[in-house]
Design a protein around this ligand. Structure first.
Ligand code: PLP
Length: 351
């Protein structure tokens, strides 16, 4: 089996993670042996985690945010649904989400005994809110919107989704795991200033350029997070709301370092570069006759024949496919214009 070396990383076009910022790497190493899951013992990293949550709150227009640094977007999504389920008063809880919701929602539903009701997408791969309204009822505990979908980089109409949640007295959760570090520099309506959102997933280890593992769960208030708290008899702290016990201080410290280095100008530059690269690749693929989904965020999906896809994989391009079999290229910060040009050159060689 081949190992991913730094050189090979430059051919990775399928990942939603990227090369960490140098400051994030250094901070991770410094805090490798710390555990924010035990804040009574590891006070410094626990303080840093509070600062990260405050910084993430600032990014998404949420003053006084509650939350913590998770192991990733999956944990944050699971925990958001767990908050909703624990607070609700029903024996048959369900969650309404668009069909584009990440597979972690399926895991969450299975673990939490929730019925996951997925609504079809519209022609633009966005949540079809008419279908979502029909699926929501008095047993709905959460209504989910995605701000930056995994397959097509689409942003659901979050204010409408929050209104559906409000209508059935459910919580509104926004999954901005990938899109959250890009969207502040666009005119999309997706954050706490635009809609009455209750919880949000936003991952520093994706576009935030922290090291893995560093996901983010934000909640509008401490009271929401309290729905997760269990007592912790052998620790000096009294309760714990996280899913895992011992956690990576490296991830937390790296998130803080990346945010310090990049918010807001560095992330703005990276967002502009990623979008320009996605637009360039979309145009290049269109010129060659492929059907391309307009990149709303820096993610390009295009229909290429299976044979071509396999040949590109054979040339060591790390690419992936959507559920419908379309080529999917994520223009993360490590993906340069030169890399995309080399990719298109290889594509031309195959034609
Ligand atoms: N949510 C979205 C929108 C994602 O794209 C992903 C992963 O790509 C996740 C959640 C899951 O994140 P993780 O792999 O960090 O658990």
């Amino acid at each position: 089996m081949q190992r991913a070396t730094p050189q090979e990383f430059s051919r990775v076009l399928s990942s939603m993670c990227t090369e960490p910022h140098p400051d994030a790497r250094a901070a991770a190493e410094r805090f490798l042996a710390t555990n924010p899951g035990d804040p009574g013992t590891y006070e410094t990293i626990a303080d840093i985690e509070h600062e990260v949550v405050a910084q993430l709150g600032e990014m998404v227009s949420l003053p006084e945010p509650a939350g913590y640094v998770t192991s990733g977007g999956s944990e944050a999504n699971i925990q958001a649904l767990r908050i909703a389920r624990n607070r609700a008063d029903t024996d048959e809880p369900n969650v309404v989400a668009p069909a584009s919701a990440h597979f972690s929602f399926h895991k969450a539903a299975g673990m939490l005994g929730l019925e996951l009701r997925t609504a079809p997408l519209d022609d633009e791969y966005q949540a079809n809110t008419t279908a979502m309204v029909e699926l929501a009822d008095e047993d709905t505990v959460a209504v989910v919107g995605v701000a930056g979908t995994t397959e097509h980089g689409r942003v659901d109409p979050i204010p409408e989704i929050a209104a559906i949640a409000d209508e059935v007295s459910a919580l509104c959760h926004v999954d901005a795991a990938w899109g959250g570090f890009h969207l502040p520099f666009t005119d999309h309506e997706w954050d706490f200033a635009d809609a009455p959102i209750d919880t949000m997933t936003i991952d520093p280890h994706k576009l935030g350029r922290a090291v893995v593992p560093a996901g983010g769960l934000l909640a509008r208030s401490d009271e929401l997070l309290d729905a997760l708290a269990v007592e912790t008899p052998y620790l000096e702290s009294r309760s714990q709301a996280t899913l895992t016990g011992t956690r990576s201080g490296a991830g937390v410290a790296s998130a803080r370092a990346a945010l310090d280095a990049l918010w807001p100008d560095g992330y703005r530059d990276q967002a502009e570069r990623g979008q320009a690269n996605a637009d360039w690749l979309a145009a290049a693929l269109e010129d060659r006759g492929y059907s391309v989904v307009e990149p709303e965020l820096p993610l390009v999906a295009a229909e290429v024949p299976e044979k071509t896809f396999e040949a590109l994989r054979g040339m060591d391009w790390r690419i992936s496919r959507t559920g419908n079999g379309a080529l999917r290229v994520v223009c993360m910060p490590h993906v340069t214009r030169e890399t995309l040009q080399a990719f298109v050159d290889d594509l031309d060689r195959l034609e």
